[in-house]
Design a protein around this ligand. Sequence first.
Ligand code: SAH
Length: 349
Amino acid sequence: MKDSPLPHFFELGLDELSSVLSDMGEKPYRAKQIWSWAYKRFASSFDEMTDLPLALRQKLADAIVMRRLEPLLVQEGTDSWAKKYLWGFRGTPLAESVVMKYSYGSSACLSTQAGCPAGCAFCASRIIGFERNLSKGEILEQFLGMCRDGNERIGHLVFMGTGEPFLNYDAVIGAIDTLAMEDGYGLSRRKVTVSTVGVPQAMRRFAKDSGGARLALSLHAATDEVRDRIVPWNKRHPIGEVMAALRAYAKDTGQRVTVEYMLLRGINDSSEDASKLAGLLSDIDCLVNLIPWNPVPGLLFQRPERFRVEKFQEVLLGNRVKVTVRRSLGGDIEAACGQLRRQETKTEI
Ligand code: SAH
């Protein structure tokens, strides 16, 4: 890591850990033992690994940096459905993540970048701009930190926090691969979803690398004219291109994909918009997830009225498009979609 010449534990692969241990003259089985402490029991220091000899724990601490992102702020919604974490180092905020409770269990929503370069007009990340990619370890630490804090094994993972996962491809894939390892956390890849603004090359690559993980596209408009206005990234990769990549993903993996469509009052929420969307999606096996816009202070959009959301949904259903409306959790703590902004807010718990 930047401030230390020593390798950082959560950046290492199991093979790399094994070679550090073999250089120390340690037995090969130790690597898996340590791995299991970190990924099954959420240890964040070698000291906690009480079945390792004290001398080895000491040697490890001298050779490898093991730490967790510090939770600078933890907020729980009044309904306890969502808990938001602001992570950082030495008091400096870096990223936010959220754990959400559903009937099927807990789901983690992770950030992949500090800030975001996509600049979507309606998203809180736009206000803070882009700082840097998070490392694989920083992504893993958010996830493991929430497991540790909540003392639970989180079963679902979505990359829908701050940042564009496919502009930080290797770190995101590395984190998924690490969590999916049988010898470690053993997360089911089918319970992982990567949400993208639409990076066609990376979407095609992901079809090969995902191993069953799911893909969601943040479409938000059915025409380039509307999408250009709210998702500036569209000027680089217009709808035709991202839809082709989404179709290729569905075809190559045999999976149903998700299309996220956020509804902004008066901009993309009319019945005509819904018909156009149905037309665009007529030849792809997908589930549309409607997301009524979550307010972001300083942004002048409006959430559509409830009847419009229902009407939009009806038009899609009438055209045989599968559709759900995303339940918005954590609005009261600004933990809902598009509200993460890596800032300390007033209410501290
Ligand atoms: N960069 C990725 C992940 C972003 S966040 C992507 O674009 O998919 C996950 C989803 O929340 C995206 O669909 C994003 O467009 C949406 N979103 C952003 N701001 C929002 C807001 N204020 N209200 C509702 N959804 C929002």
